[in-house]
Design a binder for this molecule. Structure first.
Ligand code: ZN
Length: 128
């Protein structure tokens, strides 16, 4: 478990812009070489949103161009694992099916851990 990653996800949550749902999410992703990138959810008036995990993964790609070692997702009310859409992102940009996904609750400090293959069994993978 990476406490720095949890603290960065918690800090990222404070930057969230959930203008429609009011539901803040923060994420911190660690790449294979130890680089950490954050993300938070941003919503628009036309009901589109960037999820925290997506922003963090895009930042990892843009700045480090490396695969995911582990990711923390921070929520306020409970330790929620990522939505199905974000699970696919994590799957595709992970080095291993054993990549750890850590769900963290800011208000209770509850932590749950699962691998991406547990969260997304029989994942879709485009074979070109
Ligand atoms: Zn999501």
């Amino acid at each position: 478990m990476n406490n720095e990653l949890i603290l960065k996800a918690k800090k990222a949550l404070k930057k969230a812009h959930p203008k429609l749902s009011g539901y803040k999410v923060g994420a911190a992703v660690e790449g294979l070489t130890g680089n950490i990138h954050i993300g938070y959810n941003v919503e628009t008036d036309i009901h589109h949103a960037i999820h925290a995990e997506m922003m963090a993964i895009c930042s990892l790609i843009e700045n480090s161009n490396e695969k995911i070692k582990q990711i923390v997702v921070a929520c306020v009310d409970r330790a929620w694992f990522p939505c199905g859409w974000c699970r696919q992102w994590i799957w595709e940009y992970s080095e291993s099916p054993e990549t750890q996904v850590i769900a963290y609750c800011v208000s209770t400090n509850e932590i749950e851990v699962a691998t991406i293959s547990e969260l997304l069994p029989k994942a879709f993978k485009l074979e070109l």
